[in-house]
Design a binder for this molecule. Structure first.
Ligand SMILES: [Zn+2]
Length: 268
């Protein structure tokens, strides 16, 4: 199964990545603890094959957030001031892939690696869609009502953002080809599952995700604090369904979409 040696190499690699990411402000201290836990399990138990998709998501998304010039001031009102990812944001993206790596050790089925890549493709598609879709001013629509919405509000989609999502799913899938011999049709299923997972994120963001109303600026936001105001009014959605829960479900849905493809065209 695995050796103590590979576990300690995995933990060391996870420690270096968490530490450097904290130092360059990709992560808060909590975010780096989460990254260490997830990284140590995935690198240690999964080895290089399972590490590549996770690393391509983590590095590309961190760089995208960091280089995002934030010239689009309208969007800045909706995004958290501190762009470093915290513990809950990291766990929202990494929990499903970590569980799949553990399940694969127990059952060793060929489809697990695809469920794994699909989940990471979904969270990467979501992150890339948000980053690229909010880069410049662009027409944004509510995914359910198709009415024009404020850019940066939950549940909004745009053409540029959708291209960003597709690119995010692509980078995870294509980087996986370095170590995994993916069949062409499965390659396609993974990419579609990733993009579909990011659409699930937008649909939940436009429906059941909790939204607050900032009393100072009057904007609808998904964070509890805004404009340094202590009192934020509940506006809509289910109170416990915050952005992290939505991201977790979106990551799971990426795997579920692939599993549906797998059951429909079972040739693995
Ligand atoms: Zn405000």
């Amino acid at each position: 199964m695995f050796e103590i040696n590979s576990l300690s190499i995995g933990a060391l690699l996870a420690f270096i990545i968490s530490y450097v990411s904290y130092k360059v402000k990709f992560l808060t201290i909590g975010g780096s603890v989460g990254t260490f836990i997830i990284g140590a399990i995935i690198f240690g138990l999964g080895g290089i094959i399972w590490s590549v998709p996770l690393l391509s998501f983590f590095i590309s998304s961190s760089l995208l957030t960091t280089i995002n010039p934030h010239k689009n001031f309208e969007v800045n009102d909706y995004l958290p001031k501190n762009r470093s990812r915290n513990f809950y944001q990291v766990m929202a993206n990494g929990t499903i892939p970590t569980l799949i790596v553990i399940l694969n050790l127990i059952w060793d089925k060929p489809f697990f690696i695809y469920l794994y890549i699909s989940s990471i493709a979904a969270v990467c598609a979501d992150t890339w869609g948000t980053e690229i879709g909010t880069w410049n001013k662009t027409a944004t629509y509510n995914i359910l009502t198709m009415k024009k919405t404020n850019q940066g509000e939950s549940g909004g989609i745009s053409i540029i953002g959708t291209i960003g999502s597709l690119s995010g799913a692509l980078i995870v899938t294509v980087s996986s080809l370095i170590y995994i011999d993916l069949k062409f049709d499965y390659l396609l299923f993974v990419i579609i599952s990733g993009v579909a997972g990011s659409l699930v994120d937008s649909i939940l963001g436009a429906s059941i995700q909790v939204q607050y109303l900032c009393p100072k600026c009057g904007k609808t936001v998904d964070q509890k604090k805004h404009c340094n105001a202590e009192i934020i009014y509940y506006k809509s959605g289910i109170r416990i369904i915050n952005n992290d829960i939505v991201n977790l479900v979106a990551g799971a849905s990426g795997s579920i979409f692939f599993f549906i493809f797998y059951l429909t065209f079972n040739t693995l």
